[in-house]
Design a protein around this ligand. Structure first.
Ligand SMILES: Cc1ncc(COP(=O)(O)O)c(C=O)c1O
Length: 383
C-alpha cells in the first residue's frame, strides 16, 4: 500500500513524542519517598531515619533471608513463570482456588495490569479524593476518564461513589483502598458489602488491601465468594517487609484472573521474590510481632502529637497523617518536611494528594519515632 502524503497535522500526529492518549501528557512521574542514599548524597547526612514509604521498620522474617539465600546459586535460571508454590501457599492462606490468584511485581504491577486489561479510553474509573495516587495514574494511562468523589472525613464516601457510578453509565472500574493510603481511614465490612451489592455487576470493584495485616478486621476476602466483580489486591511490601523484592497478588474470580494472566509479563515475579514470599507467608508470628509493635508505637506517636498540639487522623495502617497548622510565620508542612530532611528524618509531604498542610509519617521503631518527635519539637519551638 502507498503511504498517503502527510499534511502538517498528520506529521505532528506521527511524531514519536505523541503519546497514545493526550491524558498521558497530564501525568507526572510517581513521586517515591526520598531514598536514604539520595538524602545522604544531597545533604551529607548519614544517620538517616526513613519514615516516608510505609515500609516495615523491623525488616522481614529471618525465614525470608534463609529462603532467598538458597536461591542465590540458581539465578541463571528463569523463575517459575506461573509461581506455582507461591500460589499454592496463597491459596491455602486465603482459602481460595489457585486459579483465582494472579501474582505481580508488587501490587502496583497488578493495579497497572488491571487497568490495562479492563479499562479503555471510553471508560470511566471512579475513585475517592485522597486516594492512592496510582489509581488516577493508571486511569489516565489508559486514556480513560477518572471521576474523583469528594471524601467524607478524609475517607471514602461510598454513597457518593455509588452515585458517581450511577451518573456515569460508562463506569468500568472502582478503586477503593482499605485501609486507605494516605489517610489511614478504614471502611466497615458491612458498608463495603452494601456498596458492592449496589454496583452493576459489569463494574469491577478493586479493593486494595495493601495494609490489611495492620487491620485484619478490614479483610474483605468474603466478598469474593459472593461477587464475581470484586478483585482484592495485596502486597508483601508493607507488613511482610519485602518492599525491595517487589511481590504482590490479586484474588479474583477465575475469569478475571485468566484475563490478567494473559497480559502480565511472563516472568513478572523473580525467583528470589517467589521464594521470599512463600517463606514470609509461612511466618505469621512475624506479622503478629509487626502488628503489635506498630500498634504500640502508633499510640505513642498519637500522644506525642497531642502534646505538640498537632492534629492527626486516626489511622488503621502503619502510617499517620499530621496537620501542620502552626501560628508561626514561614512554618508550613513543606518547610517542616525540609527541616526534617536536613536533620536526617524523611517523611512524606502530601501536596500531590491535595493535602498541602499535612505530612504522612510512617510508624517506625521506638528509636526512630523518638528521633522524629525530638527533631519535630525542636523545629516547632525553634530550639
Ligand atoms: C494503597 C497502596 N496500594 C498499593 C501500593 C503499592 O505497593 P507495592 O507495589 O510495593 O506492592 C501501595 C504502596 O505504597 C499502597 O499504599
Amino acid at each position: 500500500m502507498q503511504p498517503t502524503k502527510s499534511t502538517e497535522s498528520t506529521k505532528l500526529a506521527l511524531s514519536p513524542l505523541t503519546p497514545a492518549y493526550d491524558s498521558i501528557l497530564e501525568l507526572t512521574p510517581y513521586q517515591t519517598g526520598k531514598p536514604v542514599e539520595e538524602l545522604s548524597r544531597e545533604y551529607g547526612v548519614f544517620d538517616v531515619v526513613k519514615l516516608a514509604s510505609n515500609e516495615n521498620p523491623i525488616g522481614c522474617s529471618p525465614q525470608v533471608t534463609l529462603a532467598i539465600t538458597e536461591q542465590l546459586g540458581r539465578l541463571a535460571r528463569y523463575p517459575d513463570g506461573n509461581g506455582h508454590y507461591l500460589k499454592q501457599a496463597l491459596s491455602d492462606f486465603t482459602d481460595i482456588n489457585i486459579e483465582c490468584i494472579t501474582l505481580g511485581n508488587g501490587s502496583n504491577d497488578l493495579l497497572d495490569i488491571l487497568a490495562r486489561a479492563f479499562v479503555s479510553a471510553d471508560d470511566v474509573v471512579v475513585y475517592s479524593q485522597y486516594c492512592f495516587i496510582v489509581y488516577p495514574m493508571v486511569t489516565r494511562m489508559q486514556g480513560a476518564t477518572g471521576v474523583e468523589v469528594p471524601a467524607h472525613r478524609f475517607g471514602h464516601n461510598l454513597d457518593a461513589m455509588r452515585q458517581a457510578v450511577d451518573d456515569n453509565p460508562n463506569t468500568k472500574m472502582v478503586f477503593i483502598a482499605n485501609p486507605n493510603n494516605p489517610t489511614g481511614t478504614q471502611l466497615q465490612h458491612k458498608e463495603l458489602h452494601k456498596f458492592v451489592a449496589s454496583i452493576p455487576s459489569s463494574v469491577l470493584v478493586v479493593l486494595d488491601e495493601a495494609y490489611i495485616e495492620y487491620s485484619p478486621e478490614s479483610n474483605n476476602r468474603a466478598l469474593l465468594d459472593e461477587f464475581n466483580n470484586v478483585v482484592i489486591v495485596r502486597t508483601f511490601s508493607k507488613a511482610y517487609g519485602l518492599a525491595g523484592l517487589r511481590i504482590g497478588y490479586a484474588l479474583s474470580s477465575t475469569a478475571v484472573a485468566e484475563l490478567l494472566n494473559r497480559i502480565r509479563q511472563p516472568f513478572n515475579v523473580s525467583r528470589v521474590g517467589l521464594a521470599g514470599a512463600v517463606a514470609a507467608l509461612g511466618d505469621q508470628d512475624f506479622i503478629e510481632k509487626t502488628r503489635n509493635t506498630n500498634q504500640e508505637q502508633m499510640h505513642w506517636l498519637e500522644k506525642q502529637f497531642d502534646a505538640l498540639g498537632l492534629a492527626f487522623i486516626k489511622s488503621h495502617a502503619n502510617f499517620i497523617i499530621v496537620e501542620i497548622q502552626v501560628e508561626m510565620e514561614d512554618i508550613t508542612a513543606i518547610s517542616i518536611y525540609q527541616a526534617l530532611l536536613e536533620q536526617g528524618v524523611i517523611v512524606r509531604p502530601l501536596v500531590g494528594y491535595g493535602l498541602p498542610n499535612w505530612l504522612r509519617i510512617t510508624v517506625g521503631i521506638a528509636e526512630d519515632n523518638l528521633r522524629l518527635i525530638d527533631t519535630l519539637r525542636s523545629i516547632l519551638t525553634n530550639d
